[in-house]
Design a protein around this ligand. Structure first.
Ligand code: ZN
Length: 149
C-alpha cells in the first residue's frame, strides 16, 4: 500500500507508514464484514505487535519483580519456562541466604554476585523471549546448562 504522504510502498496490512509514520487508509478493513475486521485486527496484533513487544515485556517482569523481591527470573514464568524460572529463583535464594548469613568480605563478594545474577536473569529473560519468538533453541543457562522448559 502506497503512503499518501510520502509515497513509500508499505506492506498491505500496515496501518502506519514505515518511513514517515503517517496513518494509512484502511483499504482492506472496509472491504470485509465487521466480524472479519476483528480477526484482521487480532492477526495484526498477534503477528506484528506481540513478537516485537514480548522480549521487552519478559525482561521488564524480571527487572521489576527482581528489584522489589529476591526472586529473580520471573519473566520466565511469562514465557512459560517454569523450570528455567525455578533454577534462576533457587540460585537467587541461595545467594541471598549466604548474603545474610555472613559478614565482611564474604558478604561483600556475595553482594556483587547477587547484583550480577540479577542483571543476568533480566538479560536471560530477554534472550529467551527472543529465541522463543524466532523459534530458536533456548541458549544455555550461563552458557553451561541446557534448560528448555
Ligand atoms: Zn509515508
Amino acid at each position: 500500500m502506497k503512503c499518501p504522504e510520502c509515497g513509500y510502498d508499505n506492506l498491505n496490512d500496515a496501518t502506519r507508514c514505515n518511513l514517515c509514520g503517517a496513518k494509512l487508509p484502511k483499504k482492506d478493513l472496509t472491504k470485509k464484514e465487521p466480524t472479519d475486521n476483528r480477526s484482521i485486527f487480532q492477526k495484526i496484533k498477534d503477528f506484528k505487535d506481540t513478537p516485537r513487544d514480548t522480549p521487552k515485556t519478559a525482561a521488564l517482569i524480571s527487572l521489576v519483580i527482581g528489584l522489589f523481591t529476591p526472586v529473580f527470573g520471573c519473566g520466565q514464568i511469562y514465557l512459560g519456562y517454569y523450570n528455567r524460572f525455578l533454577v534462576e529463583a533457587i540460585i537467587s535464594a541461595i545467594i541471598c541466604k549466604i548474603l545474610v548469613s555472613y559478614t565482611g568480605i564474604i558478604k561483600l563478594i556475595f553482594q556483587a554476585i547477587y547484583l550480577i545474577w540479577f542483571i543476568y536473569t533480566v538479560y536471560d529473560s530477554y534472550i529467551c523471549a527472543q529465541a522463543k519468538h524466532k523459534q530458536h533453541k533456548l541458549p544455555k543457562l550461563v552458557g553451561l546448562v541446557n534448560i528448555n522448559k
